[in-house]
Each structure stands twice: as structure tokens, then as C-alpha cells.
Write a protein that binds this ligand. Structure first.
Ligand SMILES: NC(=O)c1ccc[n+]([C@@H]2O[C@H](COP(=O)([O-])OP(=O)(O)OC[C@H]3O[C@@H](n4cnc5c(N)ncnc54)[C@H](O)[C@@H]3O)[C@@H](O)[C@H]2O)c1
Length: 374
């Protein structure tokens, strides 16, 4: 597990063994933990005694044999199926029969990871959001092989860390990384079509839409390499469904090394040598941008419910707590009117004839029947 997960688990009294194959990675984790704890003291959230308690509960391990008495092992290593599978086989040869084995993977299927285990029914996905100590949301993902007892026990442990757990089906991107795609991709499409520039789209989404950060600022924050990789992996995993098609604009930025804040340049320039972009604060244009992106976000949220990826309640929790959306997308649909959302999608579809804008069956039947989500 990573240093953030270790800190959270130890805060709630769990004995934690942080393992990495590289000694320097363990040193980095120890340094990160020290920083997290000092910040918590500064904020008055813990005192020196609590800091020491937490530190005593965490040990830094270079030998996996120490896992023998673990109740739960959470893997958070490099995103590579073969490497992860090899590690799970090794873990399973060490831990007890009752131990739950979990992966923090963002993009791999839980079923494929579980498949190499002798007892796949004890395997589960437990997906945290960064920064782990601050982000309340945790997606818990049972694979087809996972037993109901494993799901119940895993959920109880994470809930006892005062996290908000949502249960997601083992489908690409789980809840958050699937439903949030249009926030980035439709903003990119609007910019590519020349309807508005990055600064105007960011201004509209923040000031009119009420989102904490505009999509381009957020992509620069996440890193264009990381954000592009997530989009591409969801696109491939959904059998190239056009709704998830990545944008050339972002691919080129990633290829150029314009990764965002971490490289000093992305959609914006952070070296301050170039005149900053100013938004075109045209209210009508801003509203049009928000309406378009929001219609696609709502469509994704409804699609997740229609395919049983998650319940209405869990989709709302995932998007408000995992990516800080100002309100639940389905509550937003009720507020706008499901019928109106459907007609916005239909107008886009009629204009572009791109299946990206096809309206999800659930939304259409709800509009026909006059139903609401809440
Ligand atoms: N970075 C995020 O924002 C984020 C968020 C949620 C989930 N995740 C998931 O967490 C996992 C790790 O992501 P990351 O960005 O920290 O990856 P990373 O590649 O930066 O870090 C991986 C760590 O795993 C260690 N490692 C590699 N092979 C190992 C092995 N065989 N045994 C033990 N340790 C090994 C490396 O030394 C390194 O310290 C991935 O599955 C990713 O999908 C990442």
C-alpha cells in the first residue's frame, strides 16, 4: 500500500506493514508520512502523542514474509497486469487463508487480477483517491469471483477508517473514472471545434457550473500524461466506444512533454513568460458550454445506473466525494428536468450524428414516464 493509505489505517489503530521492493521507495514513503503527520499537527488535527502512536504502528518491510499475520493486504504497485499477478501469487503463498487480498488498481479488471489466486473469492478491488488522507471516497469493487463475505469484511474495514465506501461493478474506470470522462473530453472537443478557448471553458465551468476547477486547469494539475492514459485505457476497455474517444489536443501535449504544472507548461504556461489567457466572459456562451458538458456527464451517470455499475446513491456519493462535484449529477438532472437533459443530448446528436451523443436508454424512458432519480 502507499504512504497515504498507511497513514489512514494506522490513524484508526491498525498495525501497518509498508512493503516495497526498493529500499529508496520505502525511505520516500517514510518521508511523505512524516510530512503528512506534521501537517496534521499544524492544523491541530492530531497532537505529538498521536503522531508517535501512528508512527509506532507502521513498519517498513523489505521482506514479504512479514505479511504472514496480515488480515488485509492492499497492493498499490506499478499498473502492470503481469507484475501485479506475480505479486499476488507470492502474497497468497505467505498470508493466512482468511486474509483479504486487494488491489488499488485504477484501470485493470479485478477479475483478471483475482484469476491467478488459488482462492479468488478472497480477492477484491479497493480503489482510493489521491490525496488519500483527504479524499473520503473509496470504491470497493467485487470481481465475479469475490465472495459476499469478502465484500462485507473489506467494506467494514474501510468504513472503520471513516472513509465513504461505494460499491462498483468490475467495469472499466469503475464509477468515477468512467462518469467523469466528459468533464475532460467534451471540454477538449469544444476547444478543438473552436467554440471557446481553454480559459473561457474553465471560467464557464467554474463560475457558471460551480465546479471547483475548470477542466483544463484540472488536467494541468493531474498531468496530461496521466489524464490521457486514463482516457485511453477506458476507451480501449469499452471496446472503442466513441463516447470515450481521447482527444488529439491532449495526446500532442503529452507527447510534447507539456504535462501541466509538473513540467511548467500544459494548456497554460506556468513559467509566466507568456501573457496569461483571458476568458471571454460571455454569459450565453458560458451557459452553452456548461449545458453541453453537463448533459454528457449526466448521461454517463445514468448509464452507470442503467448497467448496474452502481446505485443512484453511490454514483452521487462517488462524484461529490471522489472529484468534488458541486452536486450529485442525478440530482442535477432532476433539477434541470430529465426531459430537458434528453433534448439537449438529442440536439447534439441531431447536429453531429456522432454516437458519442446518443442518449442512454434509462434517461429516455425516465423522460417518457416523467420519473425523477430522487
Ligand atoms: N497515482 C494515483 O493518483 C492513483 C490513484 C488511485 C489508484 N492508483 C493505483 O495505485 C497503483 C500505484 O500507482 P502509482 O501512481 O503510485 O504507481 P508508481 O508506479 O508511481 O509506484 C509504484 C510503486 O510500486 C513499487 N513496485 C514496483 N514493483 C513492485 C513489486 N513487484 N513489489 C512491490 N513494490 C513494487 C515501486 O517501487 C513504486 O514505489 C496503481 O495500480 C494505480 O492504478 C494510483
Amino acid at each position: 500500500m502507499g504512504s497515504g493509505i498507511a497513514q489512514v489505517a494506522a490513524t484508526y489503530g491498525c498495525t501497518v506493514k509498508l512493503f516495497d521492493t526498493r529500499k529508496e521507495a520505502l525511505d520516500i514513503s517514510q518521508g511523505k508520512l512524516e510530512k503528512i503527520l506534521s501537517r496534521l499537527i499544524e492544523k491541530g488535527r492530531i497532537d505529538e502523542a498521536k503522531k508517535e502512536d501512528i508512527q509506532t504502528l507502521i513498519s517498513y518491510e523489505e521482506d514479504m514474509a512479514s505479511f504472514a499475520d496480515c488480515d488485509l493486504v492492499i497492493e498499490a504497485i506499478i499498473e502492470d497486469l503481469d507484475i501485479k499477478q506475480a505479486v499476488f501469487q507470492q502474497v497468497e503463498s505467505i498470508v493466512s487463508k482468511e486474509c483479504i487480498i486487494a488491489s488499488n488498481t485504477s484501470s485493470l479488471s479485478i477479475a483478471s487480477l483475482a484469476s491467478v489466486c488459488e482462492k479468488p473469492e478472497r480477492f477484491i478491488g479497493i480503489h482510493f483517491f489521491n490525496p488519500v488522507p483527504l479524499m473520503k471516497l473509496v470504491e470497493v469493487i467485487p470481481a465475479v469471483q469475490t465472495s459476499s463475505d469478502t465484500l462485507k469484511r473489506a467494506k467494514a474495514i474501510i468504513d472503520s477508517w471513516e472513509k465513504l465506501t461505494v460499491v462498483a461493478k468490475d467495469t472499466p474506470g469503475f464509477i468515477v473514472n468512467k462518469v467523469a470522462r466528459p468533464f475532460y473530453s467534451e471540454a477538449l472537443r469544444i476547444a478543438e471545434e473552436g467554440i471557446a478557448d481553454f480559459a473561457t471553458i474553465d471560467w464557464a465551468m467554474k463560475e457558471i457550473g460551480g465546479f471547483r476547477m475548470g477542466p483544463f486547469k484540472l488536467m494541468d494539475f493531474i498531468g496530461n500524461d496521466v489524464n490521457y492514459a486514463v482516457t485511453e485505457s477506458v476507451f480501449q476497455a469499452f471496446y472503442y466506444d466513441p463516447r470515450y474517444k481521447p482527444a488529439f489536443t491532449q495526446k500532442r501535449l503529452a507527447e510534447a512533454g507539456y504535462l501541466g504544472r509538473k513540467s511548467g507548461r500544459g494548456y497554460y504556461d506556468y513559467a509566466t513568460t507568456i501573457e496569461p489567457q483571458h476568458p471571454d466572459m460571455d454569459e450565453a456562451l458560458g451557459q452553452q458550454i456548461v449545458d453541453r458538458i453537463l448533459a454528457l456527464l449526466i448521461d454517463e451517470a445514468a448509464d452507470a445506473v442503467m448497467y448496474g455499475i452502481a446505485s443512484v446513491e453511490d454514483v452521487e456519493t462517488a462524484m461529490t466525494k471522489g472529484v468534488n462535484y458541486p452536486k450529485g449529477l442525478l440530482a442535477w438532472a432532476d433539477e434541470i428536468g430529465v426531459k430537458e437533459v434528453v433534448s439537449r443530448l438529442d440536439r447534439l446528436y441531431a447536429h453531429y450524428h456522432d454516437p458519442r451523443y446518443r442518449c442512454c436508454g434509462l434517461l429516455r424512458s425516465m423522460a417518457d414516464d416523467g420519473r425523477t432519480f430522487h
